[in-house]
Design a protein around this ligand. Sequence first.
Ligand code: SF4
Length: 235
Amino acid sequence: MSEEKHAQLEADLRAWVMRLPPLTLASSLGAEDMVLTDMVLRLNLPVRIFTLDTGRLPESTYRLLDRIFERYGQRIDVFWPEAEGVETLLQKQGANGFFHSVEARRACCGVRKVAPLHRALKGYRGWITGLRRDQSPTRQEVMAESWDDSLGLMKLNPLATWSSDEVWAYIQRHQVPYNALHDQGYASIGCAPCTRALRPGEQERDGRWWWEQALTKECGLHQSALTEEATRVKA
Ligand code: SF4
């Protein structure tokens, strides 16, 4: 089964590269995105790979960036938030204001993730993500291919039907580098203050923004209702 999925992944990526150039892969540097990064770089596909450095990432994520370069001889592009946006955010809600409300948390994600994402996607016809349906209740409708109306380009999710086991089987088979926090019980890894290891019985994304309810747990990168307005910090 996994052989079929690996072949299908390669076929999907090759077809999209021909049909929807230019394409970019938005990598969170999580396990799924490392599968996609490995295939893009090993096959030398013309896909620009980027990640978002929010300024609050765990040290292990920066080490993974170095390991990607050591393994593949290529650096992936890194997008930072605008300094003025971060300064305004901190003035309004302090360094860790995101713990106080969903609105404050989304404001932080808006400045540190969503606004840089908009810059990173400019000029591309499609973006590839590592979303899987069984990651969380908010992702059960993820399609392999859909129009992203909020961003105005195609959204491609080639791992939509993959399981976590299939992702890790690929990583082991191809000796793909991955974030060391996965070995400490972290399933989904984002910013350091907003991510923790899973506890027994928890679902994959329960370690992200664990103080919130499951249905609010998206950072804005994958919400169709996203608008530029949502990326601004209101006074
Ligand atoms: S995950 Fe946390 S620290 Fe990172 S951008 Fe969102 S609220 Fe801010």
